[in-house]
Design a binder for this molecule. Structure first.
Ligand code: DX5
Ligand code: ZN
Length: 219
């Protein structure tokens, strides 16, 4: 069964404590934190201060998706704020191997994210070092965008790459995930589904999360 990581980006920002408690009770596995800097992506969200303020109010696994330039400068702050997984974008760093080792040095899990147009071959020499690969199924920057179906093939190829090497690396898929595509995404090989608008946009979050967790039942 896949894990579900609701993205805080689509929550009611005036009521975050209530929102995270609500999704935790509704069966969420992780909390996905979309960090945007207005440079790497054309949007700005929040930083480590907000993450730190939320940390005491939740037992969820805090999954930070850094859509920022120079992520190396901010890793320590996000770890201190309580993030347990730090994912950086391959496209945002010049020395990917060094940035990965930097994250690992703080004792947290490390992920690398690929934009829809970024091929898998950049993972060739670093995959063994990763806990997770985040496959973007929209161009990053905003919630509520449409899932790009060409990403399904990429997920399948990545699953094969991980299998061939005998690794346990998680595949996370982020962007436009809903009840209509969750089954295909899980079948292609995803372990973790990020969902912003599909979960937070619904009254019944328990039902939304359960639809994503048991996607094969929807067919
Ligand atoms: C996009 C973010 C996603 C986004 C997902 O840049 O990384 O996590 O919030 O939102 P939905 O599920 O609405 O596409
Ligand atoms: Zn994200």
């Amino acid at each position: 069964m896949v894990l579900v990581a609701p993205s805080l980006l689509s929550a009611d920002f005036s009521n975050l404590e209530k929102e995270i408690k609500n999704i935790e009770e509704a069966g969420a596995d992780w909390l996905h934190l979309d960090i945007m800097d207005g440079h790497f992506v054309p949007n700005i969200t929040f930083g480590p201060g907000l993450v730190k303020a939320l940390r005491p109010h939740s037992n969820l696994f805090f999954d930070a998706h850094l859509m920022i330039e120079n992520p190396d400068f901010y890793v320590e702050e996000f770890v201190k704020a309580g993030c347990q997984l730090i994912t950086i974008h391959e496209e945002a760093v010049k020395h990917l191997h060094r940035s990965i080792q930097n994250i690992k040095s703080y004792g947290v899990k490390v992920g690398v994210s690929l934009n829809p147009a970024t091929p898998l071959n950049g993972l060739e020499y670093i995959l063994d070092d990763l806990d997770l690969v985040l496959v973007m199924s929209v161009n990053p920057g905003f919630g509520g965008q449409k899932f790009l179906p060409q990403v399904l093939q990429k997920i399948k190829e990545l699953r094969q790459m991980i299998k061939n090497r005998g690794l346990k690396t998680f595949i996370q898929v982020d962007g436009g995930i809903n009840a209509d595509n969750a089954a295909q995404v899980a079948e292609a090989g995803a372990d973790v589904l990020v969902a912003g608008s599909f979960v937070f946009g619904r009254e019944d979050r328990r039902k939304a999360i359960s639809c994503l967790k048991n996607p094969l039942k929807n067919i």
